[in-house]
Structures are given as C-alpha cells and as structure tokens.
Design a protein around this ligand. Structure first.
Ligand code: ZN
Ligand code: ZN
Length: 255
C-alpha cells in the first residue's frame, strides 16, 4: 500500500496544507489539499474520497476537484462518508448556493459526484482495499478509517480528542503498519483543544496507553496548528515509550 501525504496540518500557509492523504493513487482520505497539491492528471485518477467529517479543512477541495473533473469528462467521483456528513455536504456545501449540486452536473443522468453512505463499523470493499469507518470524538459526527489490503493496514484517526474505539481497532488488527493520529494544540492550550474536540500531547499520550503495544505501532502525528507546531513537537519529543513520528508534506510510505 502506498501512502502519500498531501496535507497534514490543522491550518494553512504556503508551507502548511490541510488534511489530505492519497492511497494507491485512486483513493483519498479527506480533501484539504487535493487540488492545491495534485496535478490535473492525478486529480483525474482519483476514484473515491473518504471523508472523515464535514469541517471545511477536510472537505474544501471537493469543490475545486469536482469542478475540474467535470470538464475532463470523467466518471463521477465517489464521496464516501456517514449519513450525517453527507447530509452536511448536501445541505451546506453542494447546495446550489455555496457551490453547485454536482450530483446534477452536467446532468442528473451524468453526475460528477455520487455519494456513498457508509455505516460505522461495517467493512466495505473499495477496489482492493477493505475499509471500515470507526467512530471518534470530535465536535461534529466524525469517523476515522481502517484501510486494509489484507496484508497491510493503516488507521487514520480523523479529528478527535480523547476517544476509545479507534485504539481497540488497532489492538484487534495485528497487521496495522501505522496509526495516523491527530494532535492539534500544545498542552498550554488544553482549553481550546477540549472546546474544539482535539488532542494535545498530554491527552494523546494518555490515549496511546490504550494500545497494547504503543511502542510497536508507528504513530504518525498530523493536524498540528501551524502557529503551534514547534511547541507541539517539543512537547511530543518528551513523551517516552511511544513510537511517534511527525508527518511532513510529501512524505511517501510503502507498506
Ligand atoms: Zn474538525
Ligand atoms: Zn480539522
């Protein structure tokens, strides 16, 4: 399985990009940086975007992606998400006000988007991957994803504060090669993290104790707020007994 990091920050600047991961070229998780980081041909190669939740930093590039693809005469892009997230996208984003309803463009019979509603904890097939949505704890309905090719698996947390189920899933899946886990704020901003449903290094360390072998599973950190990145990294470097790495733009892993 190939993983490419297109966006791994909880904010944006010319050197920071919102959350987007590319898996085996056809599958993306979240759309924070799909058009700002992918050439048109790579945008056209996408088949499916798994969306963790409806917050703008995770869905924004769906707008520009489907607009580009529409003119390229491609088959529709499948947007996979839970019912709550799809409803938010339909009602508040692709609503013919903020952006056109691309399920009817260029024609209802020829949509640029199809929505695929997924159930939490119910594995489904996407090409050669088996995907399972796992509930996490954020301010809106949010899920992480287990993506499994039968030999290697990857878990992406989505935006979350302290949570349980995702760690049980990692414990129950022996071939998880990496856990991509959010950490957004430094410990000094715990109040903001709590109010907005995110982790600090302190709550992250407490959550990682739920893993049976925290030192064995590489934990790749993302969604750091750009102004706080150095402080968060300093705090994370002091955490002992964990296997932490900070994701960078353009990181590329083969599992
Ligand atoms: Zn969020
Ligand atoms: Zn976010």
């Amino acid at each position: 399985m190939e993983l490419r990091v297109l966006g791994c920050h909880g904010g944006e600047s010319p050197r920071h990009r919102a959350t987007s991961f590319l898996i085996d070229e056809k599958l993306a998780v979240d759309a924070g940086a799909l058009t700002s980081r992918l050439e048109l041909a790579a945008q056209g190669s996408l088949e499916t975007v798994l969306v963790t939740h409806s917050h703008l930093d995770h869905v924004r590039d769906l707008a520009t992606l489907v607009d580009n693809r529409c003119q390229m005469g491609l088959p529709p892009l499948t947007i996979c998400a839970t019912r709550a997230t799809i409803e938010n996208l339909q009602r508040h984003f692709f609503n013919d006000r903020l952006w056109p309803d691309f399920t009817r463009i260029p024609a209802a019979s020829e949509p640029s988007i199809v929505y695929r509603e997924i159930e939490l904890e119910t594995p489904f097939a996407l090409g050669r991957h088996r995907v399972t949505a796992v509930p996490v704890s954020h301010t809106v309905d949010t899920c992480g994803y287990l993506i499994d090719d039968g030999t290697n698996a990857l878990v992406i947390s989505g935006d979350t504060g302290p949570t349980d189920r995702i760690f049980e899933v990692v414990n129950d899946t022996p071939h998880v090669r990496a856990l991509l886990l959010e950490v957004s704020f430094p410990n000094t901003m715990q109040h903001l993290a709590t109010a907005s449903g995110h982790h600090t290094p302190e709550t992250l360390a407490a959550d990682l104790r739920k893993l049976h072998a925290a030192a064995d599973v590489p934990t790749m950190l993302y969604h750091m707020k750009p102004p706080c990145q150095a402080e968060i990294e300093r705090e994370c470097s002091k955490l002992a007994g964990l296997n932490l790495h900070v994701l960078k733009l353009d990181d590329h892993f083969t599992f």
